[in-house]
Design a protein around this ligand. Structure first.
Ligand code: SF4
Ligand code: SF4
Length: 483
């Protein structure tokens, strides 16, 4: 059997396939949904194992496991718990809650490794087993690798289900026809990783699911030499940084507490702004000929599947963009959607043995720049906006400038905002030298003090600040009910 360190789940492998450096030891990064999931699981176990009448066993389970949360999170947990009880009413059968697994082993480089799928529960009744994966996400589908392992190892007397709490449904896990092929593909990902563990490949994962952002070097440490596991961590996207400036509660509910948004949209069609970014990035990266008429015409080719009106509009914006870029001599754009940011530590609050204590907190501020490269040898970051200028664009410029200066160890960065609304295009150039970088650091230190002060488990601890921004707030009703 493989050692626990040599055991890989589908989610670990999905992350590794995007960036090897994303694999790392546990740290104290805020993961509210995971914390709540653990307490929900504990409540389910308490309830299952309590022979008292339903009402009493539910009350005791909630008391034992939800009492430390604020009332918003308590309500979320109680709702999830009640949904589970509807999906899977208590039955008097054998109950295994020690995370039963199914796994496939393989020797790589002389060591034993395992691809593993975990279940939250196994219910055993008269020699037959039901394995249950407890999922609270909107998309509860198990990953392909999990389905492949189950398909390969399923015995006659075993059934596999997902308890999807959002959908309030118990769904049988679909088997696959080609489990060996899928399993081998995943062992290839693993082998590739084992042969080059440190490879860093910034991308979409940085902001989405990676726990290693403060440690991998992509978001350098600003005011501390080394992070320890005693430092609590919070990851703050560019959008949430802007929110943090206006209303701490709004930012905190997004980044630290994972309070459900009231504007949840499952699918949104690609906007013309997104299309403009996509095509412009495709045109400009690693293209030293972008000012030539011939090359500009290529835009029509790559956007040929768009409707005529959309294509004409996009093309006219692209021509304006090129006009704005023409004065920059020796401009070479090398990357798009490039993650930039940094990690700042501030004195704040954390938990020790259930008590709120003083604790250092690392805030990882990050954003994805549209285009990066060099102009006359100086690093340049270009942001394309299909809207007019907003005051918050300065905060974004500070984020990218400070992040890039630390990442590249340089003291001068140029930031261009190119505004291409339907009327009146314009360009704003900002040069960040030493004094501007110091100013940016101070600004972000003041923001990090705010994010460090949020008490884990208490979503009502961050201060709210009512203003014009409330109109577009994703927590409008929940906030109103809790002032
Ligand atoms: S933050 Fe990004 S670059 Fe760093 S380890 Fe994670 S995915 Fe890789
Ligand atoms: S409604 Fe206003 S005060 Fe409340 S969280 Fe949203 S932005 Fe803040």
């Amino acid at each position: 059997m493989a050692d626990v360190d040599n055991t890989f789940t589908s989610s670990k492998l999905i992350n590794i396939s995007q960036c090897h450096s994303s694999y790392g030891k546990n740290n104290q990064l805020a993961k509210p949904k995971l914390d709540r999931w653990k307490d929900l699981n504990n409540a389910i176990i308490d309830w299952m194992n309590n022979d008292a009448i339903e009402e009493t066993s539910v009350r005791i389970a909630e008391q034992n496991n939800f009492q430390f949360y604020d009332k918003i999170q308590k309500a979320i947990l109680s709702d999830l718990f009640s949904r589970f009880r509807t999906i899977y009413p208590k039955r008097d059968i054998e109950f295994n809650h020690d995370f039963p697994i199914k796994e496939i082993n393989k020797e790589i480089n002389g060591e034993e490794y395992a691809l593993t799928t975990y279940f939250t529960y196994e219910f055993i009744d008269q020699g037959s087993s039901e394995f249950i994966k407890l999922k609270t996400a909107f998309d509860p589908e198990p990953e392909l690798l999990d389905r492949a392992i189950i398909s390969k190892l399923k015995a006659e007397n075993e059934d596999f289900y997902t308890a999807s709490i959002e959908r309030e449904d118990l769904e049988e896990i679909e088997l696959v026809d080609n489990p060996d092929e899928i399993i081998n593909q995943h062992f290839d990902i693993l082998e590739n990783f084992l042969n080059n563990r440190q490879a860093r490949n910034q991308g979409e994962l940085c902001s989405r699911g990676c726990d290693m952002a403060s440690r991998c070097g992509q978001f350098p440490l600003i005011n501390i030499d080394k992070l320890t596991n005693r430092i609590r961590e919070v990851k703050i996207s560019k959008t949430n940084t802007v929110k943090l400036q206006n209303c701490e509660r709004r930012a905190a509910w997004n980044v630290q507490y994972g309070i459900p948004r009231e504007d949840y949209i499952e699918y949104e069609s690609e906007s013309s702004g997104t299309k403009f970014h996509k095509y412009s990035q495709e045109m400009l990266v690693n293209n030293n000929n972008f000012t030539s008429d011939e090359d500009i015409e290529r835009f029509n080719k790559i956007s040929e599947n768009e409707e005529v009106i959309t294509r004409e509009k996009l093309f006219s914006k692209y021509r304006e963009l090129i006009e704005k870029l023409k004065p920059y001599s020796n401009l070479s754009i090398t990357k798009s959607e490039f993650n930039l940011g940094f990690t700042i530590v501030a004195d704040g609050r954390g938990l020790k043995n259930g008590e709120v204590v003083d604790k250092k907190v690392a805030s990882v501020f990050m954003g994805r720049a549209d285009l990066v490269g060099r102009a006359d040898g100086t690093p340049i970051i270009i942001e394309l906006k299909t809207r007019p200028e907003l005051p918050e664009d300065f905060l974004e410029a500070q984020l990218y400038a400070l992040g890039a200066s630390k990442l590249l160890s340089v003291n001068e960065i140029k930031i261009l905002h190119i505004y291409l609304p339907d009327e009146d295009s314009s360009i704003k150039e900002r040069i960040f030298s030493e004094s501007e970088l110091v100013e940016a650091e101070k600004k972000y230190e003041s923001l990090a003090i705010k994010s460090a002060s949020w008490v884990p488990f208490n979503a009502l601890s961050p201060a709210y600040n009512i203003g014009d921004w409330c109109e577009f707030c994703e927590f409008k009703s929940t906030c109103l009910e809790n002032r």
